[in-house]
Design a binder for this molecule. Structure first.
Ligand code: DAH
Length: 339
């Protein structure tokens, strides 16, 4: 019996458990009614009287030892369950870096927003366009230099299909699809075959505006542009219209705003003139109205077009155009508070 006691003690000494079920199995094996320790106690009854004292002590010690061992195993697995992985592995890692809107998107939204408050709705057209919408319908002569390889990207297999070089093509699409009154603002990307530098890029962005109705005059154009300039650059902004030429407008003008950096006094930004150019505009040429299916004897209209990069540069003094398309997050982060 002594041997048996030692054997059980050695066995129990080695016990391990990783789950509460396993620890319970050990308890059943040794301490339940049919457990090994309980059986030993039963056997103890038939032990000769002179051995009872010594063996009784040993069995009691064994029972205590087994109980302690199993209790400590139970405790262990219970605490390892609660103290185990308390981190929620399904949670998103913090902090989550927030993205920013692209500065060109911020400015585009602002422009569209200003004009939508003035009753303009947004219209968009395709970037891959045909010659008709980009040039012919816009009254460009067949030999106009803008059609040249140096300006326009052609799709090789289809000389008639090009990447639009200005958003004026959307004017033509809108006219085809609707009748006056037409009042649209058309933002979008345009492409020109230019060498990439700090001051030029082979793609950039424009916003086109078009208003056609009965009795639309140059005064309406001037008024809406003044309103826009003051909304965009501040109440004190002044505008100046200089005569210019575009095939699709007659008369045509270019618009300057008073330099908002020096307030018109003259600084290096405005090359000491007090003015900076921001857009082209004019009264829609009757030939353009007719090409778009609009009766030029009944209707007149104005149009304008501006570069979004240019407006963004004026607002935020971005010196290098390439920054806009390089996706450098340090640059983009600077616009975190801009919207
Ligand atoms: N399409 C011209 C350009 O890309 C900009 C422009 C000028 C648009 C005058 C117009 C306009 O609608 O009336 O330079």
């Amino acid at each position: 019996m002594l041997e048996k006691i030692e054997q059980i003690r050695a066995e129990v000494q080695q016990l391990t458990a990783t789950t509460p079920e396993e620890a319970e199995q050990h308890r059943i094996k040794y301490l339940s009614k049919k457990g090994q320790v309980t059986m030993l106690m039963d056997e103890f009854r038939s032990v000769p009287a002179e051995q009872k004292r010594e063996l009784g002590k040993k069995i009691n010690e064994l029972k205590q030892f087994v109980q302690d061992k199993i209790n400590s195993l139970k405790e262990q697995v219970a605490t390892s369950l609660t103290s185990g992985p308390q981190v929620d592995l399904t949670r998103t890692p913090y902090p989550i870096p927030l993205g920013t809107r692209h500065p060109l998107t911020i400015v585009k939204n602002e422009i569209v927003d200003i004009f939508s408050r003035l009753g303009f709705t947004m219209a968009e057209g395709p970037e891959v366009e045909d010659d008709w919408h980009v040039y012919s319908s816009m009254n460009f002569a067949d030999d106009h230099p803008a059609r040249d390889m140096q300006d326009t990207f052609f799709i090789e297999a289809h000389p008639d299909i090009i990447l639009r070089s200005h958003t004026s093509s959307v004017q033509s699409r809108v006219m085809e699809q609707s009748q006056p009154p037409i009042r649209v603002i058309c933002p979008g990307r345009v492409y020109r075959n230019e060498a990439i530098s700090a001051r030029a890029h082979c793609f950039f962005h424009q916003v086109e505006g078009l208003y056609i109705d009965k009795g639309v005059s140059f005064t309406d154009l001037k008024q809406i542009l003044l309103l826009f300039a003051q909304e965009m650059f501040g109440e004190k902004t002044q505008i100046r219209l200089r005569p210019s030429y575009f095939p699709f407008t007659e008369p045509s003008a270019e618009m300057d705003i008073s330099c908002h950096l020096c307030g018109g006094k003259g600084c290096s930004f405005c090359k000491h003139t007090g003015w900076v150019e921001i857009l082209g505009c004019g009264m829609v040429d009757p030939a353009v109205l007719e090409a778009g299916g609009i009766d030029s004897t009944q209707y007149t209209g104005y149009a304008f077009g501006m570069g979004i990069e240019r407006i963004t540069n004026l607002k935020y003094q971005v010196k290098d155009l390439r920054m806009f398309s390089e996706n450098d997050t340090r640059f983009l982060d600077e616009f975190k508070s801009a919207y």
